[in-house]
Design a protein around this ligand. Structure first.
Ligand code: ZN
Length: 490
C-alpha cells in the first residue's frame, strides 16, 4: 500500500521536473538557433555606379558612393541599412594625373565587416586646340617664302605642344597638324593670301610656225617658260601633239604650264611638214635602155666600168655600203648616175619601221656624199617598191614609204626588165637572153642587173653590142627619168 503511495508521490514531482527540463531544452535550442542565425548575418558594401569607371582629365571626381546593408540568410532577406555602421574610404583619385586609381570602401559595425573596391581610370579624350595668328596685313607672295604669321597648339593635358605641330605648305594653303600624348589629333588650315594675277609666259624657239620637210625627223626646237613670281617653269611645261614627219600637213603642238597660283599659259606651235615638189618626168623620144646595177660596188664593177667606157655608155648604179669606196668614186668620175640602194640590205632591219628605213636611206646618202661629193636623190628600194618581204617586218610600210620618199625629195626607180641574175640565170648567156627578150617587148626599158655577179657583168658587152646594133640608146637615170614604178603590194 505505502509503496504504491510513495510511488505516486514520486511520480508527480517527476512530471514537473520533466516538464521543466523539456522547457529548458527547448529554450536552449531556440536561443542557440537565434544566435546561430544572427552570427550568419553579414555587412555588405555595394557600389553605386560602375566598378570600373573612367574620369576625364582635369575635371573634379565625384564618387557615386556605396550602400551599406546588413543581410541574413533567413530573416531580412532584403537586408536593412544599419544607422550606426562606420564607413571608411581609402584611396584617392587624382584628376590631374593620368592613371588608374583604386578606391576601397570598408564598413564595420560591432563585429561585422564588409568591403568593396572601385577602379577609376583618369583619361584624356580631349583634342588639342590649334590657334592661328592673324595674317600679316598686306602680305603678298613676293616670289620668295610666305611669312608665317604664327600659330599655337594647346592641350588640356600636355599644355603647350606648339613644337609638336607639323606644318605643311602646299599650293595656296598651309596645313597644321598635331597629336597629344593620348593620341587625340587636331588640324588647322590657312589659305596663303598671296596674289599673282600674271600667268607664266612660254616662248618658243623656232617660232610658233615651224616647217620641216617630209622625211626629216621632228625634234622640238626648244622652249622656255618664265613666271613673274615663280621664276623659271620650263621644267614643268607639258608638250602635247604628234608630228607625222612622213605625211605632209600642219601639226599643232601645244605647250602648257601653270604657276603656283594656278594661272595657266598655253602656246601652240604649228609644225608644217612640207612635201618637196616632185620633178616632172619626161619620157625619152627614142628607143632607150636604162641599164641599172644594184648591190655593188663589188669586185667586178671596175671591169664593168671599162666595158661601158669602151661603148661610150652611161649606166646607173644603186649602191650599198659594200666597202668599195674608191670604186664608188670611180662610178661618179666616169659620168655614171649613182643612186642609193641601202647601207645594210637587211630587209628585216630596214623595213622594221619608217624611222629605220629613213635612217638607212639617209645614212647611205651620206656615205655616197662622203665618197663621191654627190648628194644623190636617186634611189631604189631593196626588193623594189613591189616587194612582199617587208610585210613580215611592218605591215603597209611600202605604201607609206613610196609616197614619203618622194615627198622627202627622193626619186625611186623600179625596173621593167629583170635579167634574173639574182634568180635562175647563172650564166652570161642566160642573162643576155633575158635582157634581150625583155627589152624587145617595149620601147623604153629599165634593166635590173647586179654587178656583184661576174656572169652578169660578163653579159654586159653583148647587151651593149646588141642594143646599139638594134637602134637603142643607153642612158643613165636622172631625176626626171621615168620611175618604172611597180604596183605596191604592202
Ligand atoms: Zn638589192
Amino acid at each position: 500500500m505505502d509503496k504504491r503511495n510513495g510511488y505516486r508521490r514520486h511520480s508527480g514531482a517527476g512530471k514537473v521536473i520533466a516538464a521543466v527540463l523539456l522547457i529548458l531544452v527547448l529554450l536552449c535550442g531556440a536561443a542557440w538557433f537565434v544566435l546561430f542565425r544572427i552570427n550568419q548575418f553579414s555587412l555588405s558594401v555595394q557600389l553605386l555606379g560602375d566598378k570600373e569607371t573612367t574620369q576625364e582629365y582635369g575635371r573634379p571626381y565625384q564618387d557615386p558612393g556605396v550602400v551599406v546593408s546588413m543581410r541574413g540568410s533567413l530573416f531580412w532577406k532584403k537586408g536593412f541599412r544599419p544607422k550606426h555602421a562606420k564607413l571608411k574610404v581609402t584611396g584617392k583619385v587624382d584628376e590631374n594625373h593620368l592613371g588608374k586609381y583604386t578606391l576601397s570602401y570598408t564598413a564595420s559595425m560591432l563585429h561585422w565587416h564588409g568591403s568593396t573596391q572601385r577602379s577609376v581610370q583618369v583619361v584624356d579624350t580631349q583634342c588639342p586646340v590649334i590657334t592661328l595668328e592673324e595674317d600679316i596685313q598686306g602680305q603678298t607672295h613676293p616670289g620668295g617664302k610666305y611669312q608665317e604669321p604664327g600659330y599655337k597648339a594647346w592641350d588640356n593635358c600636355d599644355g603647350d605642344i606648339t613644337d609638336r605641330v607639323v606644318r605643311k605648305e602646299e599650293r595656296g594653303k598651309i596645313t597644321y597638324a598635331v597629336v597629344d600624348s593620348s593620341g587625340n589629333p587636331a588640324t588647322a588650315e590657312r589659305e596663303i593670301p598671296y596674289y599673282d594675277p600674271q600667268p607664266p609666259v612660254i616662248s618658243l624657239e623656232g617660232g610658233e610656225t615651224y616647217a620641216i620637210t617630209v622625211g626629216t625627223f621632228y625634234e622640238d626646237p626648244g622652249y622656255h617658260a618664265m613666271d613673274d613670281v615663280d621664276g623659271d617653269l620650263t621644267g614643268q611645261v607639258t608638250v602635247e601633239g604628234e608630228v607625222n614627219w612622213l605625211q605632209p600637213g600642219v601639226y599643232p603642238v601645244v605647250y602648257t604650264v601653270s604657276d603656283a597660283y594656278q594661272n595657266v599659259a598655253t602656246v601652240t606651235r604649228n609644225v608644217e611638214v612640207v612635201a618637196q615638189p616632185r620633178p616632172e618626168k619626161t619620157w625619152p623620144q627614142e628607143k632607150t635602155i636604162y641599164l641599172t646595177f644594184d648591190d655593188g660596188p663589188g669586185p667586178y664593177t671596175k671591169q664593168l666600168l671599162d666595158v661601158l667606157d669602151a661603148y661610150g655608155v652611161k649606166a646607173t648604179f644603186f649602191v650599198t655600203d659594200s666597202g668599195y669606196d674608191s670604186v664608188m668614186k670611180e662610178i661618179v668620175n666616169r659620168g655614171h648616175s649613182i643612186g642609193i640602194h641601202t647601207v645594210s640590205h637587211k630587209y628585216d632591219e630596214i623595213y622594221a619601221s619608217p624611222e629605220a628605213y629613213f635612217a638607212d636611206l639617209l645614212g647611205m646618202q651620206d656615205i655616197i656624199y662622203r665618197n663621191t661629193g654627190v648628194k644623190t636623190t636617186l634611189m631604189r628600194f631593196p626588193g623594189g617598191s613591189s616587194n612582199l618581204v617587208s610585210r613580215k617586218s611592218c605591215e603597209g610600210i611600202m605604201t607609206v614609204l613610196s609616197e614619203a620618199v618622194q615627198d622627202a625629195g627622193f626619186q625611186y626607180f623600179d625596173w621593167n626588165v629583170d635579167s634574173d641574175d639574182a634568180g635562175r640565170a647563172r650564166k652570161a648567156e642566160e642573162v643576155f637572153d633575158n635582157v634581150v627578150e625583155g627589152v624587145s617587148k617595149g620601147r623604153v626599158s629599165a634593166v635590173l642587173q647586179h654587178d656583184i655577179h661576174g656572169y652578169s657583168v660578163e653579159a654586159v658587152e653583148k647587151i651593149l653590142k646588141w642594143g646599139q646594133e638594134n637602134g637603142y640608146t643607153f642612158r643613165p637615170l636622172e631625176q626626171n627619168s621615168p620611175g618604172f614604178h611597180h604596183g605596191i603590194n604592202n
